[in-house]
Design a protein around this ligand. Sequence first.
Ligand SMILES: NC(=O)C1=CN([C@@H]2O[C@H](COP(=O)(O)OP(=O)(O)OC[C@H]3O[C@@H](n4cnc5c(N)ncnc54)[C@H](O)[C@@H]3O)[C@@H](O)[C@H]2O)C=CC1
Ligand SMILES: O=C([O-])C1=[NH+]CCC1
Length: 312
Amino acid sequence: MAEPPVLIRQDEVEDLLHYKDLIPRLEVALRKFSKLDSAEVIQPVRTTVPLQKYNGFLGLMPAYLVHEDILCTKLVCFYKRESGSTLPSTQATVLLFDPEYGNVKAVMDGEVITAKRTAAVSAISAKLLMPTKSDVLTILGAGHQALSHYHVFTETFSFKEVRVWSRRKETAERFAQSTQGHVTVWESVEEAVNGADVIVTVTGASEPVLFGQWVKPGAHVAAVGACRPDWRELDDVLMRQAEVYVDSREGAVAESGDIILSGAKVFAELGEVLNGTRPALREKTTVFKSLGMGIQDAVSAKLVFEQWKNKH
Ligand SMILES: NC(=O)C1=CN([C@@H]2O[C@H](COP(=O)(O)OP(=O)(O)OC[C@H]3O[C@@H](n4cnc5c(N)ncnc54)[C@H](O)[C@@H]3O)[C@@H](O)[C@H]2O)C=CC1
Ligand SMILES: O=C([O-])C1=[NH+]CCC1
């Protein structure tokens, strides 16, 4: 009989999962996913179950990486919350399986995995697509993803200025106080993004908050929120003037309101850029539309489990 699964708590995942280990593994997984022969990576577009009564969704995100023999699924609930709500907007659990026997080896917190792997993939997009000289980073939104993006972007790059905007100024102020480095708080999106080289959108918005007319030509936008076909963070002008990169084309055309409703064309997957089969148009205005992928959770879970076993 198989051993019962181990339970890995949120604080343990926080201690075990580091960007320096995670980023190279995510790059390998994205490369494999975007190879034309994708038998190595099996990842259906996530299944979403609407929770209409609660303005949310349950997402099921299975993935199997054949060569690494990683079988995993994340179960994630995400919600559209009213301003001032104290309820969480994302809750997640990750299950790591033994692919041969079929049992669950580990049940682990999925919130830290979601926060860190999403931010790490945005950092990969910025490494490939942001202007060579990037001094100003603006973060729109001040929640969990804002913080993980702040950490990985400031660890990985050397911005001279970091700005934050949130729909409630107090939240942006709290965010700025919680960070180690200096972050300036802005009251309007237009001012916050004026002259920014890199803009990260990590809001719960379902209508555009970032408009193309405000974005400096050549800037890079990592767009992380708006993960439903009828939700938006970016307006049509920005979507049509930018070269649009995605994590998964299949996911993007099924789930991204910014892409579907603007009619913007997807230029490339990040994995295609990493593989050298599509160019990184760094000199142009670029949008990386992130939706999140099961393979990103799978490589993160494997990493957490390996580190956990080393300690036990
Ligand atoms: N692409 C991906 O892989 C992932 C995307 N997400 C998405 O990222 C976004 C942020 O997630 P978290 O930081 O975990 O959420 P959070 O609830 O911790 O923070 C959300 C932030 O957005 C702001 N906000 C909420 N509604 C807004 C609106 N209508 N207009 C402007 N600002 C608004 C909030 O004030 C807060 O600052 C969500 O849309 C979530 O669904 C989350 C996980 C993974
Ligand atoms: O990939 C992910 O975990 C999510 N994408 C949108 C909400 C949660």
